[in-house]
Design a protein around this ligand. Structure first.
Ligand code: AHR
Length: 400
């Protein structure tokens, strides 16, 4: 059986990889893979398809728990409830943020050998071309399911058609894909990013109303996420709509690429160009950390007292580090984006395995966290959302 042959090759390659690199690495990125693919290819003179699969093993997480388990025969012993080991190929965006790290941890702990899975994990380093290569490798390896956390929404039609033609269900997680034919993927689970933006901006309006700050005195800069990612599109749309609705002054709008380093760079540049920014709408926590560094380095104060010179930082994600910054008054409002998708994807797979049809699209429930109770709740489209004041206890009870 082809899968068995590939499994043996994976095991061999893994053994080679472990011998060369030490046994601690569990994840190999696509970029690193490109260099390690050469010896793998040289070692193999087998048929093209198998050879591609072998190279794929070196490029994806041949270094994954799955391959390691395969090398030891562990996967033969550990099965799911129905007695079968399930191979899942997961193409992850990268490791750009604390949120992403928590998301990867959730996927890895769910799709573990202990739980009866072979997880082939690929870190695309925020590059769509790496994700497309990873998906093609998963198809070559005849995985049971492909899970894709897409970096951007567009550009997926061709490769998802290849997966569909191969009969492999594709589950999209976190950000969305924008494809011409919805049957190219089986199900999606993730956040309502536009709602996140609406909740955050309704909070800002209520906060400023409570503090008697006029809309025309709000000079806001939007540090966007990766352009074209659902998380960016939704959060930016939410802000654009509120700027129009309330008459705030949008001073600047530029990507911080969801990273701390870029966030700092963009904020430094804005502070040199604009003297009136009093609210920074960071589209994730890591950008907020970078913005804070830049603001304090420029000798300015971060906080919620924008009528008296503070620059307010708003953020998204509500990671542990983000909420810790809320308790310090560094971030005034942090709107949650929940990364714990592993069990949600597992539920979709369980439904498919039992012959059921999972929801095509499923949004997760998310919270809001603020430095104080000036705004106890916000209303969006007639629905109330509670705003939780962050304390150490609140942080201690959270999983990420
Ligand atoms: O798609 C989710 C977003 O991607 C998170 O807000 C961000 O931190 C991550 O990088």
């Amino acid at each position: 059986m082809k899968k068995k042959v590939i499994s043996v090759l994976l095991a061999g390659l893994m053994a080679m990889s472990l011998a060369g690199c030490g046994s601690s690495a569990t994840t190999t990125s696509s970029a690193a893979a490109a260099s390690s693919a050469a010896p793998a290819a040289a070692a193999s003179t087998t048929a093209a398809a198998v050879s591609t699969a072998a190279a794929a093993a070196a490029s994806t997480t041949a270094a994954s728990t799955a391959a390691a388990a395969s090398a030891t025969g562990e996967t033969e012993k550990v099965k799911t409830a129905d007695g079968k080991t399930v191979t899942v190929g997961f193409s992850q965006v990268g490791a750009e943020s604390d949120w992403r790290t928590a998301n990867t941890a959730s996927m890895k702990s769910t799709f573990s050998t202990k739980n009866g899975y072979n997880l082939i994990f690929d870190d695309a380093q925020q590059k769509q071309e790496n994700q497309i290569t990873a998906i093609r490798n998963f198809i070559q390896q005849e995985v049971d399911y492909i899970v894709l956390a897409p970096v951007t929404e567009t550009g997926w039609d061709t490769v998802l058609k290849e997966a569909k033609d191969a009969g492999i269900p594709v589950i999209i997680v976190d950000r969305m894909v924008n494809v011409s034919d919805d049957s190219l993927y089986t199900a999606w689970v993730g956040s309502n990013f536009e709602l996140e933006g609406q909740k955050a901006t309704e909070w800002l309006n209520s906060f400023c109303t409570a503090k008697k700050i006029k809309a025309t005195d709000i000079h806001i800069a939007d540090m966007q996420g990766t352009i074209g990612a659902s998380a960016q599109i939704g959060r930016t749309n939410g802000l654009n709509a509120a700027v129009k609705k309330y008459g705030w002054n949008m001073v600047a709008q530029e990507t911080g690429e969801f990273t701390q380093a870029k966030g700092q760079e963009v904020m430094e540049s804005w502070l040199k160009q604009y003297k009136n920014i009093n609210v920074v709408y960071c589209e994730n926590d890591n950008e907020a950390f970078g913005a804070y560094d830049a603001i304090t380095a420029a000798g300015k104060k971060v906080g919620s007292d924008i009528a008296n010179g503070d620059i307010m930082i708003m953020s998204f994600d509500s990671t542990n580090a983000g909420l810790t910054d809320v308790t310090k008054g560094v971030i005034t409002l942090d709107t949650e984006c929940n990364p714990l998708h592993g069990p949600r994807v597992q539920k979709i797979i369980d439904t498919l395995k039992s012959g059921g049809t999972p929801d095509k699209k499923a949004y997760v429930d998310e919270e809001m966290f603020a430095v104080d109770n000036t705004v106890p709740s916000v209303k969006v489209d007639g629905k109330d959302y509670t705003v939780t004041v962050v304390t150490k206890d609140v942080i201690a009870k959270r999983a990420y």
